[in-house]
Design a protein around this ligand. Structure first.
Ligand SMILES: C[S@@+](CC[C@H](N)C(=O)[O-])C[C@H]1O[C@@H](n2cnc3c(N)ncnc32)[C@H](O)[C@@H]1O
Length: 274
């Protein structure tokens, strides 16, 4: 089976963690959802594949945009993420499968859409070649991935604090499956071109993450992304963890606006055609 490691990770570790956070994750990434929806510009009657759909945050508005004649298939490898997605309703075909290898025939999609669901493939060329094969000849792709860590202070600041306490992470290939695998625009271009896509654009786009509160966002940084991954790798004592959390809270406090928090981030907005 392909993507075994990521399947285990999203079923056993990241999926349950993501679900525990509940609506807070959806709320903080709302600007990024809107960027995807605005750029994808789904139209009534279209057929869409939402890749790595998670709990269905983007599948639902996409489904509304194409209704009543259109249809959304939303694919994910994670049972817990899909279980939540299904409780949230909508006439969406939620499908548990590996998007790298699944045969979606006979459907040909008008739009392949994804918010942060395409950076986890073991073999990205195989995955995008498979997706390209299920795209209509007039179809398009619209995905959002994270830009490099240095352009994402919401992660970089907490990561620096975790690293100061616990040391460097184990060396890993910059394109290894993970949130930053598609940070390099030239690499994304290469993958998509090799997979058969044309008229590829990768546009780094500055955007704000809106945290519910300083405390919530500091805790979020200890669970997800590069700082969360480093904490998971090093497994510090509860005391050290608490110290790190306090320092992250202080470091993020300049970004407070009223009771919420506006954190600068950069995503790669990726578009392409068949
Ligand atoms: C960072 S989450 C994003 C979820 C959702 N798109 C969102 O923005 O809320 C990445 C998702 O990709 C899914 N995923 C990872 N590898 C996959 C694969 N090979 N096929 C399908 N889904 C995959 C994970 O299970 C997870 O739900």
């Amino acid at each position: 089976m392909s993507n075994e490691k990521q399947a285990a990770y999203w079923n056993e570790i990241a999926g349950p963690k993501w679900i525990k956070i509940g609506d807070a994750m959806e709320a903080r990434l709302a600007n990024i959802t809107q960027l995807l929806l605005d750029t994808a510009a789904a139209k009534p009657g279209e057929t869409i594949l939402d890749v790595g759909c998670g709990t269905g945050t983007t599948a639902r508005p996409l489904s509304e945009a194409v209704s009543p004649a259109g249809h959304v298939t939303a694919v994910d490898i994670s049972t817990p993420m899909l279980e939540v997605a299904r409780t949230r309703g909508g006439p969406i075909n939620y499908l548990q499968a590996d998007a790298q290898t699944h045969n979606f025939s006979p459907t040909k999609f008008d739009l392949l859409a994804s918010r942060f669901g395409v950076m986890f493939f073991e073999d990205p060329v195989a995955a995008f070649t498979n997706l390209h094969a299920h795209l209509a000849s007039s179809g398009r792709l619209c995905c959002i991935t994270w830009a490099p860590l240095a352009q994402n202070p919401h992660w970089q600041i907490p990561f620096n604090i975790v690293r100061a306490h616990l040391g460097e992470p184990e060396p890993r290939h910059p394109h290894a499956p993970g949130p930053l695998a598609f940070a390099d625009a030239a690499y994304v271009n290469y993958i998509l071109a090799k997979s058969g896509f044309s008229r590829i654009t990768v546009t780094p786009t500055a955007i704000s993450i809106i945290g519910e509160s300083l405390e919530a966002e500091a805790r979020m940084a200890t669970l997800f992304g590069p700082p969360g991954a480093l904490l998971e790798e090093k497994q510090p004592s509860p005391e050290t963890r608490e110290k790190i959390l306090t320092e992250i809270t202080t470091a993020l406090s300049p970004f407070q606006t009223g009771t919420s928090l506006s954190l600068p981030a950069t995503v790669n907005l990726v578009t392409a055609y068949h």
